[in-house]
Design a protein around this ligand. Structure first.
Ligand code: PRP
Ligand code: URA
Length: 214
């Protein structure tokens, strides 16, 4: 894999993440457990991706004295889910940042060409003032994530990060070439894409496994 020198890729190799990822990959994991595991993984990935979020000092009263502490400006954070499978990470992120604004970008890969087709777009306003975090469990060819981030930049977003669970080397290469300013956080970079543009070893079709549509 060639590297785009300005791009930032973080693989979260924490044993808790890797344990849950192994269970997610297992074909015997059913839809309910698959969704629950994705939610738990998203909590752990959120911990990494939110590391440098802005906070402001607020005054509070402990039972013993007045003190100050850092507080997130939740409304300044915008989570964007690439439908459908992005919702598997979105829910867990919202557990931790309930005040975040939420956008949705509906994209599906054309079954023949694998080129992403947009069918839905709803983004919060004032994206230029928000830290945006785009979520989708899978970065395969990179086409969907590239198109989603492109849409967000068109809408004014300036600070964007991308979070996935499994990435293919080809997708990482394409994404960081298209958007070298957008850091990527992932639980794994797998071996390769196969002839049908599925990630190997991967976890199969994330959307279908989440919702039992195949
Ligand atoms: C999957 C996945 C990503 C995309 C990744 O979505 O959730 O959005 O494929 O592939 P790419 O990197 O080659 O674009 P899919 O198109 O299967 O739609 P779905 O989430 O509705 O199932
Ligand atoms: N989308 C998925 O859900 N899985 C893959 O392996 C590739 C694209």
């Amino acid at each position: 894999m060639a590297s785009n020198t300005n791009a930032s890729i973080e693989v979260v190799d924490h044993p808790l993440v890797q344990h849950k990822l192994t269970m997610v990959r297992d074909r015997n994991t059913g839809a309910a457990d698959f969704r629950q595991l994705l939610r738990e993984i998203s909590h752990l990935l959120a911990y990494e991706v939110c590391r440098d979020l802005d906070t402001e000092a607020v005054e509070i009263e402990t039972p013993l004295e007045v003190s100050t502490g850092p507080k997130l400006q939740g409304r300044k954070i915008c989570l964007v889910s690439i439908l459908r499978a992005g919702n598997g990470l979105l829910d867990g992120m919202l557990d931790l940042i309930p005040a975040a604004r939420v956008g949705h970008i509906g994209l599906y890969r054309d079954p023949d060409t694998k080129v992403p087709v947009e069918y839905y777009l709803k983004l919060p306003d004032h994206l230029d003032e928000r830290q945006c975090i785009v979520v989708d469990p899978m970065l395969a060819t990179g086409g969907s994530a590239i198109a989603a981030v492109h849409r967000m930049k068109q809408a004014g977003a300036k600070r964007i990060k991308f979070v996935c669970v499994v990435a293919a080397p080809e997708g990482v290469e394409a994404f960081t070439k298209a958007h070298p300013d957008v850091p990527v956080v992932t639980a794994a970079i797998d071996r390769e894409l196969d002839d049908h543009f599925y990630i190997r070893p991967g976890l199969g079709d994330a959307g279908d496994r989440m919702y039992g549509t195949k």
